[in-house]
Design a protein around this ligand. Structure first.
Ligand code: NAI
Ligand code: MG
Length: 325
């Protein structure tokens, strides 16, 4: 049976890079595409950033390809990640040959806990001028992300597993997170390095080659993966997969980039590489590899979009990727 992919371009450059990625998918496999709305634009029109219909269709699709939302991002992305039942956000940050990267030796994969931490959405104004946030950390989610992270490292040939935390300060919550990771590591005889997330930030910049898979609580994974984007040539290169259960949500790490939206110069690589992760999720490993090889070829030989120092358009880069397929 042909698998169904829900396509949600969203706002800004999402509307430019998602169609590019769909063209690439259409060139390599037979999938059934359906499109749905989300983001700032649909909120202005209907009052709702994530229509119930989009949520329902994402929860039923075999996979969802999402672009980006603008100011409504949190109202769209967090529920969409929940709709597909994901608990792990996988964010590879690799330096590609030919791209002018700050740290060409970088080959990191952030495995970010995707359901709790400070993104659990429990915030309140407790008195005039005083606000609080509740950080949720459970045994179940900590063990689950550790299991996923160790499996990912083993399946993908990464020897180094680093676990980001701040248990010296957040003793109860990150203490529990670390206990969960330690229990899973012991059960499997897996090795890992716990690292305080602030000094880890320095280490990732100075010695990225000493790290491989980085298992992170939610916020740390968000911040450290954007930091890693800076090591490899920018946000235009970072794909991501929200996985865990059967469905999956695949999206570039970047946002709607209002500063370049509408100019036709957004780098489609992050979204096309997210589409490759989608193919892998659907069991299309060889198609995924073909897409990645085509993207790597274009990154090496050009044409390149302005974020990578070139002057090519999104359309020209997409054409070049398609030509290599
Ligand atoms: P951003 O990722 O949209 O842009 C940051 C910088 O990177 C900008 O200079 C932009 O031009 C550049 N950039 C990003 N993607 C690029 C690409 N594919 N090609 C070339 N250059 C690229 O982050 P920013 O500026 O912090 O946020 C803009 C809007 O996006 C905000 O409204 C924010 O809420 C939203 N956002 C949405 C996300 C989502 O939907 N998942 C994630 C992050 C931000
Ligand atoms: Mg982010």
């Amino acid at each position: 049976m042909t698998e169904s992919v829900l396509v949600v371009p969203g706002d800004g450059i999402g509307r430019e890079v998602v169609p590019a990625a769909v063209e690439v998918l259409e060139a390599v496999v037979d999938l059934e595409f359906h499109e749905a709305d989300a983001g700032d634009r649909v909120k202005r029109e209907t009052g709702e950033a994530l229509p119930a219909e989009t949520y329902r269709r994402a929860s039923e699709a075999d996979a969802t390809l999402f672009g980006a939302a603008g100011e409504t991002a949190a109202d769209v992305v967090l529920p969409l990640r929940e709709a597909v039942g994901s608990f792990a956000n996988v964010r590879p940050a690799r330096a590609y040959p030919g791209v002018d990267a700050l740290r060409p030796e970088t080959d990191l994969v952030f495995v970010r806990e995707n359901t709790e931490g400070v993104y659990a959405g429990i915030e309140s104004e407790v008195a005039d001028g005083v606000t609080t946030l509740t950080r949720v950390v459970t045994d179940e989610a900590s063990r689950r992300i550790a299991e996923f992270g160790f499996d990912y490292a083993a399946d993908n040939g990464y020897d180094d597993v680093t676990v980001a935390h701040k248990a010296n300060v957040m003793r109860t919550t990150d203490g529990r997170f670390l206990d969960g990771v330690a229990a899973v590591a012991e059960e499997r005889g897996a090795d890992y390095e716990p690292a305080l997330m602030d000094s880890l930030a320095t280490d990732l910049v100075m010695r990225p080659g000493e790290h491989g898979v980085v298992i992170c609580p939610n916020l740390a994974g968000d911040v450290l993966s954007d930091l890693a984007a800076g090591l490899v040539g920018g946000l235009g290169l970072l794909p991501s997969a929200n996985v865990g259960a059967e469905g999956g949500l695949f999206e570039p790490v970047h946002g709607s980039a209002p500063d370049i939206a509408g100019e036709g110069v957004a780098n489609p690589a992050a979204t096309v590489l997210s589409a490759a992760m989608l193919l892998e999720h659907l069991g299309e490993a060889s198609a995924a590899a073909r897409v990645r090889t085509a993207v790597e070829g274009v990154l090496a030989d050009g044409p390149r979009t302005p974020d990578l120092g070139g002057d090519a358009s999104t359309a020209a880069v997409t054409e070049a990727i398609l030509a290599r397929l």
